[in-house]
Design a binder for this molecule. Structure first.
Ligand SMILES: [Zn+2]
Ligand SMILES: [Zn+2]
Length: 127
């Protein structure tokens, strides 16, 4: 990996950490544009996916919406606002024996799971 690539990757990681809000790739791109206007959208997208593969950030796939990127990689649950599309962390402890409770008929060895609740956020409820 070249020096330039490393710097770009760090910029993208910093942006996700700074935005702190499960940002979309476009939001990360806009944030970086403000200070580093030479970085292309393709570079931002590529680095986001790369960081997610490396486990440095978490990629959240949103039904009917763009992927979002989370700086918190430990297990936690999310709620997606169906109106504005924002994603929030759910404030609760991890259900520790959830995996053991899930029964499998197909012989799977469970590796991972994502829980995404759907709802309407307080801001959208006011509208
Ligand atoms: Zn909302
Ligand atoms: Zn989160």
């Amino acid at each position: 990996m070249t020096q330039r690539n490393t710097i770009q990757k760090e910029l993208v990681l910093d942006a996700v950490n700074h935005l702190h809000n499960h940002a979309t790739a476009d939001e990360v791109y806009e944030f970086i544009q403000a200070t580093h206007s030479h970085i292309s959208k393709g570079t931002v997208y590529r680095n986001l996916n790369c960081l997610a593969e490396e486990g440095k950030i978490r990629k959240l796939e949103i039904p009917n919406g763009p992927d979002r990127f989370d700086h918190i990689c430990s297990t936690h649950y999310h709620i997606h606002c169906c109106k504005c599309g924002r994603v929030f962390d759910v404030d609760m402890e991890e259900v520790s024996d959830l995996r053991d409770k899930v029964k499998d008929k197909h012989g799977f060895n469970f590796l991972n799971y994502d829980i995404m609740f759907q709802g309407i956020c307080p801001d959208c409820q006011k509208k």
